[in-house]
Design a binder for this molecule. Structure first.
Ligand SMILES: Nc1nc2c(ncn2[C@@H]2O[C@H](COP(=O)(O)OP(=O)(O)OP(=O)(O)O)[C@@H](O)[C@H]2O)c(=O)[nH]1
Ligand SMILES: [Mg+2]
Length: 445
């Protein structure tokens, strides 16, 4: 349920298309073909966004600089790619992975692509289409024949993209027929994604109705009370939750609001993690509703709290701004907000920090950042922290234990600090069982 590729697209809002690919693969040319004008220049170094109207529909195209396959991609290119994603306001509906028909897409090329796609920290595959450029160089070969002649890696990539592809001849500019075909495919993909989102919402709503209707009716008044408590906790000068935690107590049985709903204590989760680590999606999964805005334009700069009933327990989720791997965000501001986050948890609730870590590479630098930012929360914060592996679908059948083993020392050290508590969230789909598992872990803390 992560991103707005699943969001309903109104007639007036533009279709946002993001171009990604290796350097010189034909991204800018494809962007020009789509927009029907010279919108993008050659040898792209900066991401840029251009608008147009195609067949009466508003379209925004975001061009990015290309990554490298033969040598390491420079950091400035990776940074620009990440910035390119933020230009896709609010989110790309279609991600075009540009591959020229003139080169082979093998393991090396996939590795280079994967490295960059991972950095974007956004769901890719449900909205990806492979765009084969240099259609004119096929020399009479059909695109299907060309695909057949390519190796396993390309076939596998196509599978991941739901077998969606389009060929384009951008010299001098693609034919109207090719652009029409591409847009028909984009439209179909968007409809499918919207449908699955609707089905998800229906299921969530049904489940919540079945399980919680009774409780919610009787607890509505209590919920308001809980929210009032949050407001008070921020303004009335009482010690914050964190200061209390620093004294070594995570539960406050003597508090008037502690365990206000019978035997089930009020829970509060503070989401921590680098930017785009899937925090907001995880918050929405926990609360089983779209409470947190995903990938807002720019970045989340302030903490925000939302409340709900989860498996008969009152739960508050606090989202925090994420830190940047490239030091692009203002670290001081972020630390200030992270420090403020516990004060948004209702008095007396059991506070657990959820450290969102996507299931991809986790290197020394990631560990350093985690330690630096999490440690700004004074007190024994690690004792109240659970690692929340996000984008769980990316494990693709691998066990999380195997993933932890493969990542080695940096990730294992973070897990050790967190008392080896972890849970995996499939942030694309969401699943009540994942939330149940999380509550079980918290119960034992
Ligand atoms: N013959 C032919 N040439 C193409 C086609 N698409 C792109 N080119 C040429 O390939 C070269 C690279 O194209 P660009 O669109 O600049 O590629 P890019 O991916 O944007 O490149 P970078 O921004 O440097 O990463 C240019 O000289 C284009 O004219 C095509 O379909 N057919
Ligand atoms: Mg370019």
């Amino acid at each position: 349920m992560a991103a707005s590729y699943g969001q309903q697209q109104s007639l007036s809002s533009p279709v946002v298309v993001l171009l990604l690919g290796e350097t010189q693969s034909g991204k800018s040319s494809a962007g020009n073909s789509i927009l029907g004008r010279r919108a993008f220049q050659k040898s792209t170094t900066l991401s840029s966004r251009e608008d147009g109207t195609i067949f009466g529909k508003q379209v925004t195209v975001v061009d990015t600089p290309g990554w490298f396959s033969d040598t390491a991609t420079p950091d400035r290119v990776s940074q620009e790619l990440c910035r390119g994603l933020t230009l896709c306001h609010p989110e790309p509906h279609a991600i075009l992975l540009v591959l020229p028909t003139t080169s082979v897409f093998g393991k090396e090329e996939w590795r280079a692509a994967e490295d960059q796609l991972r950095l974007l920290q956004t769901p890719i595959w449900q909205r990806a289409i492979i765009l084969f450029t240099h259609g004119d160089k096929l020399g009479g070969l059909s695109i299907e024949e060309h695909i057949r002649q390519q190796g396993q890696t390309l076939h596998w990539l196509l599978e991941r993209c739901g077998k969606r592809y389009q060929v384009m001849t951008n010299q001098p500019i693609a034919s109207e027929a090719q652009v029409t075909e591409l847009f028909r495919k984009i439209q179909r993909m968007m409809e499918t994604n919207n449908r699955s989102k609707e089905i998800q919402n229906m299921l969530y709503t049904k489940l919540r109705q079945d399980v919680c209707l009774q409780e919610e009716m009787s607890l509505q008044g209590r919920q308001e009370e809980l929210e009032m408590t949050v407001m008070n906790a921020v303004h009335d000068g009482r010690p914050t939750q964190m200061q209390r935690m620093a004294s070594g107590r995570h539960k406050f049985p003597s508090e008037s609001t502690a365990e206000p709903f019978g035997s089930k204590p009020a829970l509060a989760f503070v989401l921590l993690g680098r930017s785009k680590s899937g925090k907001s999606s995880a918050g929405n999964i926990i609360l089983e509703k779209d409470e947190f805005q995903l990938l807002q334009y720019g970045r989340t700069t302030r903490c925000s709290a939302r409340h709900g009933m989860v498996l008969k327990q009152p739960v508050t989720v606090v989202d925090t701004p994420g830190w940047s791997v490239f030091g692009m965000a203002n670290a001081k501001e972020i630390k200030k907000e992270i420090n403020r986050s516990p004060s948004l948890c209702p008095e007396g609730s059991k506070v657990t920090f959820l450290l969102a870590i996507p299931v991809d590479k986790f290197v020394k630098g990631d560990r350093r950042a985690v330690e630096e930012f999490v440690s700004t929360l004074r007190g024994d914060v690690w004792r109240s922290t659970v690692v929340l592996f996000t984008y769980g679908e990316e494990l693709r059948g691998k066990t999380v234990e195997k993933h932890i083993e493969e990542m080695g020392e940096p990730l294992q050290e973070v897990l050790r600090k967190c008392g080896h508590r972890y849970v995996v969230f499939d942030t694309e789909r969401g699943d009540v069982n994942q939330v149940k598992q999380l509550l079980e872990i918290v119960e034992q803390m």
